[in-house]
Write a protein that binds this ligand. Structure first.
Ligand code: GCV
Length: 662
């Protein structure tokens, strides 16, 4: 329980969350840096709460022991007998996981007897990618799609001298089992390309801040680095000079950071360089880097987010949703075993509602990681309280081949033909005093990490776990109110924004706030095709882009047929008349009116409920959340009025309840 700088919010590790452990007599046995971290935590907790660290295990009522007999790298066994709680852990990382498990359980783990329970992560890789830049972009700021201030890693074009915040962040992440962090934006600019070389000393220091919490660091690299950093004439993956350059660069990184994780790569995507320039494919590109990393045990996370961002909006034959499958499915079986294909959960781009990407079902012989977005790019940008636990849970539990087959999480956790890839998300943290801009967005970071550990966990239980840790001494009204605001907030946000899976309708560029036709005639491939008769994208095999054919059965047929397609995804898969009747029994037009009024109204209820907590939570936190909820109320009403007016003007169908249209 090391201390948090006074001006930074302790998130889910305030001193009071350690009370149950801190009052005990605790014995820690084992060696190594991670055991030392656990011991330091226990020392600080007992110092704060009156317990003691004891040398004699017989005198302890909490025993934390490394026991090589426990199988599974990160596994631990916890139980309580004869008034002693014991955690037996496979190694140092597992011991730290076990300690934090006991902290989360509090008096439950330290009260009455409990049978032994074994805990081990389902996903071996639980990773957060940072889209942090070393310098500040005039429009985007320092963190691409960052809504919590600047980077905690970098300032003035270099790694920060003072890494106190990074150490605190590493501790927070380690406490919930994150074990990998990508240190820089996947859009790799000139300065960041040199993290591999000129700024390697900074990477060494960052790795040093994460290491005590069991977290390995990764770098995003530019496919053109052999040219831009190395001065070679090309970066063709089949060119021996290019291969030698990467081998050399990687060897230098490992000499400096022996436990370096590997690379994250965005290639041939949104302007980033890639193998297509040389007539090579993405297996050639990924394997180039994989072979350089292989001798050191490193991995390349190669992103599948590849599509044409110069599309002609008049061209109805191109469908952005198809792109990742079209590019990658034919390459299944061609990737080296230390390549992980990192696939965004949906075929478009982190929308509030999308079907699961069919690529996840198409790569049986490829290691695959699922990529989620904790930073709320399209989900309210940490100005709106939107807790995404239920979205991620639904995605991870989605059964790709129907009722009895494997889930998305099963695929990420690996099979006989393809070892695990893991679960990855884009972080929502910056140098903001509350870490995440909106203090309640901390719940997203927490829930992501806990679902990555166990994708079958009930997200609502995780929300309550986060509330209990974050507000340990608050009256019950605080927990009830925070629960009330966050549980259901994904649906509320969906209700007042783009309807029925159609996506986007946001202001181009910054992606905040409504602009129904904002993307309609752009090159980005994100269209809704609304006119006076109807709305939606025909992605059927029968009459549309054929995207439904990328799914295995039963989904290829469920989505193809307008009568079986779920309402939530109707406009993703079908173009229908405004008067089309949903399974819910109302027309598309009436659905927009009803959901938008209901969603906007709920934001008012939430703001009023929070107002009543004045004096029950710290004043600065209360003020920050108040300001954000007010903006959410304003934004939700703007969305409501634009959407309802748009639908009325296009369809001519009046709202059956006669509410105001502009
Ligand atoms: C890092 C979306 C975002 C981009 C992001 C990209 C990606 O398009 O708007 O900012 O770039 O996804 O995931 O690579």
């Amino acid at each position: 329980m090391t201390s948090t700088p006074a001006d930074v919010h302790p998130a889910w590790l305030p001193s009071a969350a350690w009370r149950a452990v801190g009052v005990r007599r605790v014995h820690v046995r084992g060696d190594g840096p991670l055991v030392a971290t656990a011991r330091d935590e226990v020392r600080a907790a007992t110092a704060a709460h009156g317990g003691t660290v004891v040398d004699d295990p017989a005198a302890a009522d909490l025993l934390l022991t490394v026991d090589p007999a426990v199988e599974g790298d990160e596994a631990f066994v916890v139980g309580r007998r004869d008034r002693v709680t014991s955690v037996r852990a496979a190694g140092g990382a597992a011991l730290l996981h076990g300690l934090h498990h006991v902290v989360r359980q509090g008096d439950d783990a330290l009260g009455s007897d409990r049978a032994d329970e074994r805990h081990a992560p389902v996903q071996p890789v639980r990773m957060l990618d940072h889209w942090d830049n070393m310098t500040v972009h005039p429009v985007m700021g320092q963190v691409e799609r960052g809504y919590a201030g600047g980077s905690i890693f970098y300032a003035d074009g270099r790694v920060r001298d003072d890494l106190t915040r990074v150490e605190q962040y590493a501790r927070l992440l380690g406490s919930v089992g994150i074990n990998a962090v990508g240190l820089n934006n996947v859009n790799v600019h000139v300065t960041e390309a040199r993290l591999l070389t000129d700024h390697l000393d900074g990477v060494v220091r960052l790795a040093g801040a994460f290491r005590p919490h069991g977290i390995r660091v990764y770098l995003s690299v530019s496919f053109a680095a052999p040219m831009t950093v190395g001065g070679l004439p090309a970066s063709d993956p089949l060119d021996p000079d290019v291969q030698a350059w990467w081998a050399d660069a990687v060897a230098r990184v490992y000499a400096a950071v022996p436990d370096f994780g590997g690379f994250v790569v965005k290639a041939d995507s949104e302007g980033q360089p890639g193998p297509f320039a040389y007539g090579r494919d993405h297996a050639d590109g990924a394997n180039l880097l994989a072979r350089a990393l292989k001798p050191f045990g490193g991995t390349v996370f190669w992103r599948a987010f590849v599509y044409d961002h110069h599309q002609d909006w008049r061209d109805r034959s191109t469908d952005r949703a198809r792109a990742a499958h079209d590019h990658f499915a034919p390459l299944d079986g061609r990737f080296d075993d230390n390549v992980v294909l990192q696939v965004k959960y949906g075929p478009m781009d982190f929308q509030t509602r999308e079907p699961v990407s069919p690529v996840i079902a198409a790569m049986a012989r490829t290691r695959l990681a699922v990529e989620l977005q904790v930073t709320q790019e399209y989900t309210g940008q940490q100005r709106h309280a939107v807790w995404l636990g239920p979205q991620w849970s639904e995605i991870l539990r989605f059964r790709l081949w129907g009722d009895t087959g494997p889930t998305v999480a099963d695929v990420a956790a690996g099979s006989a033909d393809a070892p695990a890839g893991g679960v990855v998300a884009v972080s929502n943290v910056g140098d903001d005093e509350f870490w995440t801009g909106h203090p309640l967005a901390q719940a997203n970071l927490y829930t992501f990490a806990r679902l990555a550990w166990d994708p079958s966990a009930d997200p609502v239980a995780l929300l309550d776990e986060w509330i209990g840790l974050t507000f340990p001494d608050a009256p019950p009204s605080v927990g009830d109110t925070v629960h009330g605001i966050l549980d259901g907030s994904w649906r509320t946000y969906e209700d007042y924004t783009a309807p029925l899976g159609v996506g986007f309708m946001v202001r181009p560029g910054h992606h905040y706030g409504p602009d129904v036709d904002g993307y309609e005639y752009t090159p980005w491939g994100t269209y809704h095709f609304a006119d006076r008769d109807g709305i939606g994208v025909d992605r059927t095999r029968a009459t549309g882009t054929g995207f439904t054919g990328q799914y295995p059965a039963p989904w290829r047929d469920v989505y193809e047929d307008v009568t079986t397609c779920p309402d939530d995804l109707l406009l993703f898969f079908h173009h229908v008349p405004w008067s089309h009747e949903l399974h819910s029994g109302v027309s598309v037009a009436q659905h927009v009116y009803d959901t938008h009024w209901a969603g906007a109204a709920r934001t008012e209820v939430n703001a009023a409920a929070w107002e009543r907590l004045a004096g029950q939570v710290p004043a600065d936190l209360h003020a920050r959340v108040t300001e954000r909820l007010a903006e959410q109320v304003r934004g939700a009403h703007e969305w409501r009025d634009q959407l309802c007016t748009y639908v009325y003007r296009h369809s001519g169908i009046p709202d059956a309840r006669g509410r105001r249209i502009y």
